[in-house]
Design a protein around this ligand. Structure first.
Ligand code: GAL
Length: 660
């Protein structure tokens, strides 16, 4: 377990580096990330390099036993590069350049960006690839979607399409370009989606998203190749912007050793929608699922956020510690706080770090120091442990993108709907892994495969085989609608999943915000909205019937025995209580331990391995909470003392319990 900070020595007088390193060491910091935006200091003019300051910074930290992760600086091309090679800049869909001045002003398809990134990364890795104080590398910074319409992007897109479809006749057929006279007769007519209208051909838009995602992943792989060559023994990772974006994370991390994520939970805790209180757990589960192993948090909330919006609330007392423990609880092996000092210069002056501008340690620093000391105490216990779950949710960037291109009804949002199901498990204290929809899930007991809008034959086969062999599957509405080229299928819904679900959709009503109700197992009334499939069971039994509108009495949710297993089909978007009741039933059929009495905002997670089992109980709220855990003879790993029940958690209280 490592605890660290993000540090920008180039923003400060080198006089204070020593004092900083000393204080870091005293606070138990063992790792620092640096240099990810420092291109203009590393190569002030073309071909002239200056590593002296970085040597000094690394030495200063190294003398204090602090290891370093170096970020490659490709997210911030310096002005000399932009001036001399303007193709570095991305063009937006109106073909206007994204000017320098902020950051991320780089087109991943630009040959100049590629060439100059190669030069600086080769120089950096040659210099630090064998430095004993350097343990690893972060490529770039938060690579988000490319969305560039530059000449290079357009010509790469054409090549990408030629590789996929071969010729224009095939492309025209697969995309259905006959509609609105969109047929191409020459490759020169094929562009990126210029103009930005969302009503362009959905097959074209989805392929463009895939192309953008591939361009980013390719740029990441290209950097990873250089680092691997020069830096044997040092790891390679990349830091994700927490919220899923168009990029396919699974592909993006293909050549990385582990995933890292930047975690900024909302600090406005009185407003649940703003704080996304259950979003953090999904972010962690998603990140752990990328490589299906423990991960790093490369940037963790340390102070009042600002800059990109007016400042939000300062982290509530205890929040820095509790949310850092949340990261560990869900699989982080390192927590790196953003940032050591609040910046005195530049745009992010008000995105606060552990220290305010005066640089004196205060409440936030003390909280972090407490977390750091606790991690030191528990480090041996945490080593060799990870999060092991019986339930997997299948996440798909393809579905996310396709459903963003064609929103299905008012309020229908893939990520929000996905999160609501994840949240239902979380509220019941049932751990879930969130993994790539195309990966192997045969070892789980319950697999939730929501919104399989685009049908992938292999995934359909795997789900059928999984259920046949005794697994339980939860399927949902808007599945089996389209083929992978984003063209509607002519099969009855839910397409290839019909026999697994044992049901067909006779008719549907995109009810949007016009809320409806249904009754579950004849005795529990729940609300539903967004979408109502009117189901005609074939072999399935009904477990939920609508009670409102013209479909009152018709089936909304089914359960089907399939081979040795079971498949549920939820034909609507339930409210929280509806999901809770249904999932409780499914969990109880499977004998999965569920905690019925978890107060809102209290989360559980278990890390186990090497004969150890630690239960984390986190109160991520501003209120005191009590709970009764169905486990006997508990001992706190933090204090070594026996725990009496009910367990009382102070606001932002954290308990780590030894189960074994
Ligand atoms: C992250 C980014 C950091 C910093 C932070 C606070 O997204 O990687 O460099 O900007 O947000 O805004």
């Amino acid at each position: 377990m490592k605890v660290g900070v993000d540090y920008y020595p180039e923003h400060w007088d080198c006089e204070i580096w020593e004092e900083d390193a000393q204080r870091m060491q005293a606070a138990g910091i063992t790792v620092v990330r640096l240099a990810e935006f420092a291109w203009s200091r590393l190569e002030p003019i073309e071909g002239k390099f200056d590593f002296a300051w970085l040597d000094d910074a690394i030495d200063t930290l190294g003398r204090r036993g602090i290891q370093v992760v170096i970020g490659t600086p490709s997210a911030t091309p310096p002005n000399w590069l932009v001036e001399k090679y303007p193709d570095v800049l991305p063009l937006d869909n109106k073909r206007q350049p994204v000017y320098p001045g902020v950051r991320l002003h780089r087109c991943y398809n630009s040959p100049s960006l590629r060439r100059h990134t190669e030069i600086i990364v080769k120089k950096l890795t040659a210099r630090y690839g064998h430095n004993p104080n350097v343990i690893g590398w972060q490529t770039d910074n938060e690579m988000i979607g490319n969305d560039s319409h530059s000449d290079a992007a357009i010509s790469d897109f054409r090549l990408w399409l030629k590789k996929k479809y071969g010729d224009l006749t095939t492309l025209n057929r697969e995309w259905g370009t006959v509609v609105w006279s969109g047929e191409y007769s020459e490759w020169t007519q094929v562009n990126t989606p210029l103009g930005g209208s969302p009503y362009q051909n959905p097959s074209f838009l989805l392929d463009y998203q895939r192309f953008c995602s591939d361009s980013v992943a390719d740029f990441n792989r290209f950097q990873a190749r250089i680092i691997r060559e020069n830096c044997a023994g040092q790891f390679i990772t990349h830091n994700l912007w927490g919220y899923p974006v168009v990029n396919d994370y699974y592909d993006l991390f293909d050549k990385m050793d582990f995933a890292s994520v930047d975690y900024y939970p909302g600090t406005d805790l009185s407003n649940d929608s703003k704080s996304w209180i259950y979003h953090g757990a999904l972010t962690h589960d998603l990140t752990r699922g990328i490589k299906r192993r423990n991960f790093w948090v490369m940037e963790q909330l340390s102070g009042t956020p600002g800059c990109w919006h007016p400042m939000s609330r300062t982290p509530y007392p205890g929040m820095i510690r509790a949310y850092a423990w949340q990261s560990v609880a869900r699989g982080a092996d390192a927590v790196v706080q953003f940032r050591w000092r609040s910046a005195r210069i530049g745009a992010e002056q008000f995105w606060h770090g552990l220290h305010d501008h005066h640089g004196k340690p205060g409440r936030r620093f003390d909280e972090f120091a407490r977390f750091s000391e606790e991690v030191r105490q528990l480090s041996a216990m945490l080593d060799g442990t990870t999060v092991v779950n019986d339930v997997a949710m299948l996440f798909s960037h393809e579905q996310l993108n396709a459903l963003q291109i064609q929103p299905q009804s008012d309020g229908f949002d893939y990520l929000r709907n996905f999160k609501q199901i994840h949240h239902a498990f979380l509220r019941l204290g049932i751990g879930t892994d969130v993994i790539n929809w195309t990966s192997d899930f045969s070892t789980y007991r319950l697999v939730v495969a929501p919104f399989l809008f685009l049908e992938n034959d292999e995934v359909v086969d795997k789900l059928r085989a999984f259920a046949s062999a005794g697994g339980t599957v939860i399927l949902t509405t808007r599945s089996g609608v389209k083929n992978m080229t984003n063209v509607c299928l002519s099969t009855e819904l839910p397409g290839g999943l019909r026999d697994l679900a044992g049901v067909v959709v006779e008719e549907y009503d995109p009810v949007g915000n016009d809320g409806q109700t249904l009754v579950l197992r004849g005795n529990f009334e729940a609300g539903c909205s967004q979408w109502c499939d009117i189901l005609a069971p074939i072999t399935a039994e009904s477990v939920g019937d609508y009670t409102t509108d013209f479909f009152a009495g018709r089936t909304a949710i089914t359960r089907n025995s399939f081979g040795k297993g079971v498949a549920y089909y939820i034909g609507t978007i339930l409210d929280d209580e509806g999901y809770r009741a249904l999932i409780k039933d499914v969990a109880s059929d499977l004998d999965l331990a569920a905690f019925d009495n978890l107060p809102p905002g209290v989360e559980l997670s278990v890390r186990s391995g090497s004969g150890k089992q630690l239960l984390f109980v986190l109160n991520l709220t501003k209120g005191k909470n009590e709970l009764q855990l169905p486990v006997a003879a508990l001992r706190s790993a933090l204090t070594g003392e026996a725990i009496t029940q009910p367990l009382v958690l102070e606001p932002m209280g954290v308990e780590v319990l030894l189960l074994q």
